[in-house]
Design a protein around this ligand. Structure first.
Ligand code: NOJ
Ligand code: CA
Length: 684
């Protein structure tokens, strides 16, 4: 008997030796639903695959680099080592969509070495979460590779289905495009060149910018992006419409052959793929921010999330101007004091002042970030704001003149510090100087990151317009508070193409918003503004404008309209007065990409809840289930909803406000108008 067992075991060992099984390099998500496989093929080419619920999502996809001076990294590799590990922590957001964030993943680290003469080394690191994957390349210190002049990154995502795709073109200059909804195989980014309302645009490939979101036949939702974009250039994804393949195309520069220059050792940003069973899960995913390093700033208590008004929409409507010479200058001491009074009276923390400094007209010879126009008394305005408990938000428009801004940045930040101003809105509209650089190349990635690091020294938090894309760096530098990087509300004031259509924000919530906070500037009450621009308007109902304070996340949230338009509608203004801006928790109650979304957020400190829902050009009925309240309290719910005859174009101001009591057992059915929405405040 004993013998038989020994023989049996020997036979098993022998048979497994005679048919050597190839070793698998694998990692799965903690819940087991997502699986990543990595290996090198017979030519030594590294590749990976991703499966979700046992179905291939990413088929064999190759990885590599081209350089301007040395041979590509793409084949003749062997695996010299691999390690697997698990990580699980909960970290705290100083401000954000929620207070506690779970960061739980399984990691696979594979070390590769070239078998050919240079013996270069590269490590592939995969982190597999329940809500998706991130992977990056790490180049360790090594004798035959000291500096990388990257001509192109060759990262593939070989997809297995012709997804319904929500995309903007892979523009190296600007993210302010309308989204298109097409099949993956029908993406035509080139047709988006030369939009008349974009100050600068450059779309060299049939590529898309990220986040790009896709919906599959079986309801699987994917979104591709990147995390921790540091000292590298932004990645667009070129679309092979025939083979349903995405491939990285880095943003380049006209000044160098390489797109990225790095000293070895270094690592790339994370290439990310969020994977969800439904649309709401995409918004709740914390993959991008989790892939960033923990907070490096010692103290961020000097920044407080706030709502703000501003000398801003009046310029976009043409009521006043940024420059002085027009005779209609907006940023006067007297005018700004009115905004301060209004903010103080309405529980709004800040006032943005654009057009305060010299340089807005050509004759003035460039922007100066420390010299106010003569009709604007900066000291008096900040003193007055202080007295009223309101913060002034500084404005630094560069017009793309980054080289001169870099020279002035220290004195500009020092002035802010001396005045106790902690927030700046910066702007990079128009083509850049240094000439030949693009808004999303390595030069600008470094400029934005350096500005944040420098800003922290002066206790300055940054809300950039025409920014680099958000990649979750707010975790590491929480003074990166918000940004534009999408087609904002301003387009409704002047775009010649009719402005942002009703489907715009129901797409943005599941695309751009996955990257990070958005300075969309909601709250336009005077939807048609015929007095100023009879050919333009906002393409939503008033109720939807209120909903945006909850749906669109930002720690600085503008009440963008003119004061007189708010004063004329105290009933609707009450919601802006009440709504929170910093959240304990967020629950996405329902939604479909491009159609509608409902989000509930609980305010930190007060525990009050706010709910916002928006729809596209279709009217629809939404039932809000209040089981998220999760306590036994009765809340007083004030509901701001589309009136019976509301319609984004025919009757946008038809708003009903009603107050009822709700508990966690309540359900409420709401009718959303075409282009409409609803907002609910729930106070204990
Ligand atoms: C474009 C920005 O998006 C807008 O908010 C700002 O008012 C103008 N540039 C002027 O700086
Ligand atoms: Ca802009």
């Amino acid at each position: 008997m004993k013998h038989t067992v020994v023989i049996l075991i020997a036979a098993m060992v022998l048979s497994s030796c005679s048919k050597p099984k190839q070793k698998r390099y694998q990692a799965s998500s903690p819940d087991g639903n997502i699986e990543v496989d990595f290996n090198v093929n017979n030519q030594g080419e590294p590749f990976y695959l991703v499966a979700f619920n046992n179905k291939a999502i990413v088929d064999t996809s190759y990885l590599g680099f081209d350089f301007v001076n040395v041979k590509s990294i793409k084949d003749n590799f062997k695996i010299i080592n691999s390690t697997a590990s698990t990580f699980n922590e909960t970290w705290r957001m100083p401000w954000g969509e929620q207070e506690d964030v779970v960061n739980h993943y399984n990691e696979l680290r594979v070390e590769l070495e070239e078998t050919s003469e240079l013996n270069r080394k590269v490590n592939l690191v995969f982190k597999v979460y329940n809500d998706g994957i991130g992977f990056r390349y790490e180049f360790p210190e090594q004798p035959n590779f000291k500096e990388a002049l990257i001509a192109e990154e060759q990262t593939e995502f070989n997809l297995t289905e012709d997804y319904k795709t929500f995309w903007i073109p892979g523009d190296w200059e600007i993210y302010e495009h309308l989204y298109s909804t097409t099949k993956l195989s029908e993406i035509d980014a080139i047709s988006k060149r030369n939009h008349p309302n974009l100050a600068q645009t450059h779309i060299p490939n049939n590529a898309v910018n990220t986040p790009v979101t896709m919906v599959g036949e079986d309801g699987t939702h994917l979104s591709f992006h990147e995390a921790a974009l540091v000292d590298y250039s932004g990645m667009t994804l070129e679309v092979d419409t025939e083979n349903l393949n995405l491939k990285s195309v880095l943003v380049g520069s006209e000044n160098t052959k390489h797109k990225v220059k790095r000293k070895v050792p270094f690592h790339t940003p994370w290439r990310t793929l969020q994977i969800a069973e439904n649309a709401p899960e995409l918004i709740e995913s914390k993959l991008i921010i989790n892939l960033n390093e923990p907070n490096k700033l010692e103290d961020i208590s000097w920044f407080t999330p706030m709502k703000y008004t501003g000398v801003w929409w009046e310029m976009h409507l043409g009521k006043s101007t940024w420059d002085l010479a027009s005779g209609k200058h907006g940023a006067t001491t007297e005018n700004v004091k009115k905004y301060i009074d209004f903010s103080a009276k309405n529980n709004i923390g800040g006032v943005l002042v654009e057009g305060w400094n010299t340089g807005w007209s050509e004759e003035e010879g460039g922007f100066d970030f420390v010299t106010p126009y003569p009709d604007y008394n900066l000291d008096e305005v900040t003193r007055y704001a202080n007295e009223k408990g309101v913060e002034i938000i500084m404005h630094h428009e560069t017009y793309g003149g980054v080289d001169t801004y870099i020279k002035q940045q220290d004195s500009a930040y020092a002035l802010m510090k001396s005045l106790g101003i902690h927030t700046v809105k910066s702007g990079y509209v128009f083509t850049l100087s240094p000439k030949g650089e693009y808004h999303h190349g390595q030069f600008m990635v470094n400029h934005h990151n350096n500005s944040a690091i420098n800003g922290a020294k002066y206790q300055v938090a940054i809300n950039a317009h025409e920014p680099i894309k958000a990649t979750g760096l707010r975790r590491t530098y929480p003074n990166i508070i918000s940004r534009e990087g999408l087609r904002g509300q301003e387009f409704n004031a002047w775009a010649e193409d009719g402005g942002n259509p009703p489907e715009h924000l129901p797409i943005v919530a599941f695309t751009r918003m996955l990257a990070g906070p958005i300075d969309y500037t909601p709250g336009i009450f005077n939807i048609k503004f015929d007095k100023y621009k009879p050919n333009n308007q906002v393409n939503t109902t008033l109720a939807q404008q209120l909903a945006l304070y909850v749906v669109i996340y930002s720690p600085v949230q503008m009440a963008a309209d003119l004061l007189e338009h708010y004063e004329a509608n105290p009933k609707a203004l009450q919601f802006i007065k009440d709504v929170g801006v910093d959240w304990q928790q967020t629950k996405v109650l329902n939604g479909e990409v491009g159609d509608f979304v409902t989000i509930a957020r609980q305010e930190r400190d007060t525990g009050n809840w706010f709910v916002g829902g928006i729809t596209d050009e279709n009217a629809r009925t939404i039932t809000v289930d209040f089981s998220f309240l999760n306590d036994t309290e009765t809340y007083q719910a004030t509901i701001y909803k589309d009136g019976e005859n509301a319609h984004w174009n025919d009757n946008p101001l038809d708003l009903d406000v009603e107050t009822v009591n709700v508990t966690k057992d309540s359900k409420l059915t709401l009718n959303l108008a075409k282009g409409g929405g609803f907002a609910i405040s729930l106070m204990k």
